[in-house]
Design a protein around this ligand. Structure first.
Ligand SMILES: [Zn+2]
Length: 407
């Protein structure tokens, strides 16, 4: 391996002590004191490595190692140091600290690169405190207005901007689109594909698109006793049959297609009243726009069919979504050849979860690297990985970063 695995592990373990939970995870919600402490530690390490640290208006941190052509768009690598409540200690930290280890390795070996290298720690990747997720990279890519991000409030009413200032990370560099030479993000897979297939590295070629729908079904509220069955317009029955049909949609389209009904409410919600108003959400994801469109058609068809069967009114609204993001074949190719150089088994895959790399891909050629996640568990204190897998991921990131920084 090019890298120093022991040094990398020590840094990962030291970072994991900040916001550590009893269950072995971390609690580092964005812009909390724990987030500040994690940022301070990263800043100190960047300084030790001789990097020039810039903080932008969103608190995104960029630690730059000079290149031979220092004005060339940088080869970037990074991820996030914030976590979900009681999250895992690899989610995010792995990508930031592996990029740091890559730079430390280049320093040790006196390797210079054509482009400068920038390690990035994105603000508020996770989003449970200040929704939406990927706020820092979203503003950086010009997809979310800075003012809107600043005005976001948490459930206690605290404003994003005030919290950013409170922890001392409202920087001066503009948070606005700029050209990047390449972007690489190493991340724990958060799913079971690699671990179940025994593959060491995932070459991530894109991020699934997703569609969010909100379905409302309206029937007639009536007495559960005297109303004969054939006269009922039961909104819950129509909704339940529609949800059962949605469960069958993915299998008709593609083995990796996923669809979820995650929110549900009914009214009035009384044991002796026929429900007249039911609302539920649908989240469905895949890499192919045509299959997303086909899923939507099938879901709408099922909702209208089941509503007609029960004589209900139905309304379907799109409330969010994103198109699939295909990464750059050249950067993904650099990851693949890094695996081959080292003799690591690898496979191509797409990410079903969102990552900052989605926004980075708007600004320059991007790819991600996934490493196996024990039992596929993440966003939980139980998230864990084999250290050998972490070292391999760090090694692949270092090699791929060297290639992109010299391209
Ligand atoms: Zn993450």
């Amino acid at each position: 391996m090019l890298i120093n695995p022991d040094r990398f592990r020590r840094s990962m373990e030291e970072m994991a002590r900040i916001g550590a939970t009893k269950g072995g995870g971390v609690n580092r919600l964005t812009l909390t004191d724990a987030d500040r402490e994690a940022r301070d530690l990263f800043a100190a390490w960047a300084d030790d490595a001789g990097l020039d640290l810039q903080i932008d208006e969103m608190g995104n941190m960029f630690a730059k190692r000079a290149g031979r052509e220092n004005d060339a768009p940088p080869a970037m690598a990074g991820s996030h140091l914030d976590s979900v409540p009681n999250g895992g200690r690899f989610d995010g930290s792995l990508g930031v600290l592996a990029a740091l280890e890559a730079v430390r390795t280049l320093n040790d070996k006196n390797i210079s690169t054509r482009r400068p290298i920038e390690i990035v720690n994105w603000t508020n990747e996770e989003g449970p405190r200040f929704p939406p997720s990927m706020l820092g990279s979203g503003v950086f890519a010009g997809a979310i207005p800075l003012e809107a991000a600043y005005e976001t409030r948490d459930s206690q009413g605290a404003r994003f901007l005030d919290e950013l200032e409170r922890i001392g990370y409202r920087g001066e560099a503009p948070c606005a689109p700029r050209s990047i030479g390449s972007y690489l993000e190493l991340h724990i897979e958060q799913g079971p594909a690699l671990v179940s297939e025994g593959v060491q590295v995932g070459v991530v070629e894109g991020i699934f698109g997703l569609t969010w729908l909100r379905v409302t079904m309206k029937g007639e509220r009536d007495h559960a006793g005297p109303t004969p069955m054939h006269m009922r317009r039961d909104a819950l029955v129509g909704a339940a049959r529609t949800i059962a049909a949605i469960r069958e949609v993915p299998a008709r389209l593609h083995p990796e297609f996923v669809a979820t009904v995650g929110e549900f409410s009914l009214s009035p919600g009384a044991i002796n009243v026929i429900p007249d108003d039911v609302r539920f959400s649908v989240d469905f994801r895949h890499s192919e726009p045509e299959l997303l469109a086909e899923a939507r058609r099938l879901i709408e068809e099922a909702a209208h069919r089941e509503a007609a069967e029960e004589n209900l009114e139905v309304e379907i609204q799109e409330v969010g979504g994103s198109t699939p993001t295909a990464f750059d074949a050249g950067v993904a190719g650099a990851v693949r050849s890094a695996c081959e150089e080292s003799g690591y088994s690898h496979r191509s895959m797409w990410s079903a979860a969102g990552h900052d790399a989605r926004y980075a891909a708007d600004l320059g050629p991007t790819a991600m690297i996934f490493v196996p996640c024990i039992a596929g568990k993440s966003h939980s204190e139980e998230e864990d990985m084999d250290w050998e897998d972490a070292y391999r991921g760090c090694d692949v990131l270092t090699r791929a970063l060297l290639k992109t920084a010299d391209s």
